[in-house]
Design a protein around this ligand. Structure first.
Ligand code: PSV
Ligand code: MN
Length: 388
């Protein structure tokens, strides 16, 4: 049996990246509900993100979306983050809201629109220079709704050209991370619809182009841990966007909908060398909190990742390998399930206290008065919102 004491030092290496958009208002196409104390600008979003790190100790990075997080002075935003004990991370290059992108961005049939999308990515790379970000994450809403609407083959060529021009602009220590999603907002075809398409483009670009696996971007029943294993094997897993789903791209709290699937994913991460000092996989959350409180929602998410990482690390791998070699079907399955069913929460509480963190981060945060303070202080102005 692997013990918690053995894995404790490994847990200290965890660094989860939280998304700035989780702190703004969000919702569905039916309603965006306003939240008391919601940030009015990226500086307030970063301040909220810093709370998650303060109480959990394992969320030191916040990812930005441009233009949602566009500010006049990114150096000031960076200093603000650093003063609060965190840093700015991945830059997401949203090309899904400008009216010009209605029929696509990098895959648009019109060259001037493709150029506009390229220029936006070049701007994002400039921003990365100021924020000190390593990763440019590209998710394209590009696709079509009706067969015949677009030439799906030409769109792949335009995509390849556009990605090559963007990749060319990056510095040697920056990476291009290409995210896939099987549908939405396009419903017939999506230009980067699956891991194979993302991998194909990344492989053509070079070493510093890698795939982002968003756990909500697969058809029901997809064996996501297999994709994790394959991408790690190929050296092309660049990042996760963690969240969970019951139906579509629900963007619910990671590990909430299917904890066992999340365990299986984290086990393949650990098994494939995707976790630890030698791994460059970015562990991001990509979620929003439409009806629950946002900062507590992020704290819950970060703790879910930590708990599932601990359970994945607890798998007795030598015993598992032996059982697999011996063809011991049920024995092997039992070894995996033993780790999954281990309640790591008491050990994690002690682990935090040993590091000067609150044993129960949620309780400590709720008792800190921060939520009441921001509700009282953040009056006036326009609350940031998904879609705005
Ligand atoms: C798209 O559904 C996505 O997962 C991408 O990562 C976007 O950047 C994010 O959600 C926010 O819309
Ligand atoms: Mn995503």
């Amino acid at each position: 049996m692997t013990t918690f004491c053995e894995i404790a030092p490994l847990l200290a290496q965890q660094a989860i990246e939280v998304p700035s958009w989780a702190y703004g208002n969000s919702g569905t196409r039916f309603k965006v509900f306003p939240a008391a104390g919601c940030p009015r600008d990226p500086f307030e979003k970063v301040a909220d993100a810093a709370q998650v790190h303060k109480f959990t100790g394992i969320a030191p990075v916040v990812a930005l979306h441009i233009p949602w997080d566009q500010v006049d002075d990114f150096g000031a935003l960076r200093r603000h983050a650093e003063d609060l004990g965190i840093r700015l991370g991945t830059v997401n290059s949203n090309t899904f809201q400008d009216v010009e992108y209605k029929l696509g961005s990098l895959c648009h049939a019109d060259k001037t629109v493709r150029q506009r999308a390229l220029d936006h990515h070049f701007h994002c790379i400039d921003v990365m220079g100021q924020t000190g970000s390593r990763d440019l994450k590209i998710w394209l809403a590009d696709g079509t709704n009706y067969p015949g609407q677009g030439d799906i083959r030409s769109r792949q060529e335009w995509l390849a050209e556009g990605l090559a021009a963007i990749y060319e602009r990056l510095t040697d220590d920056q990476r291009l991370i290409l995210e896939y999603k099987f549908f939405e907002p396009a419903f017939y075809h999506t230009d980067v619809c699956d891991w194979g398409t993302s991998y194909t483009h990344c492989a053509a670009l070079g070493e510093r182009a890698k795939v982002c696996l968003d756990t909500g971007h697969h058809a029901p029943g997809t064996n996501i841990e297999f994709i994790v294993a394959q991408l790690l094997r190929l050296g092309k897993l660049g990042a996760f966007d963690f969240n969970s789903r019951f139906y579509a791209d629900d963007d619910l709290i990671v590990g909430a909908a299917d904890p066992f699937q999340f365990f299986r994913i984290m086990f393949e991460v650990v098994r494939g060398g995707g976790y630890g000092p030698d791994s460059d996989v970015a562990f991001m959350l990509d979620q929003c909190h439409n009806i629950e409180a946002k900062i507590p929602g992020q704290i819950r998410s970060v703790l879910n990742v930590q708990e599932m990482t601990a359970r994945a690390l607890l798998v007795d791998r030598p015993a598992l390998e032996a059982a697999q070699r011996d063809g011991d079907v049920l024995g092997a399955n039992t070894i995996l399930m033993d780790a999954f069913y281990t309640d790591v929460r008491p050990d994690l509480a002690r682990w935090r206290e040993d590091r000067g963190l609150p044993g129960d981060p949620m309780k400590a945060f709720l008792g800190s008065g921060y939520l009441e303070r921001i509700a009282a202080d953040r009056v006036g102005g326009v609350q940031t919102s998904w879609g705005a």
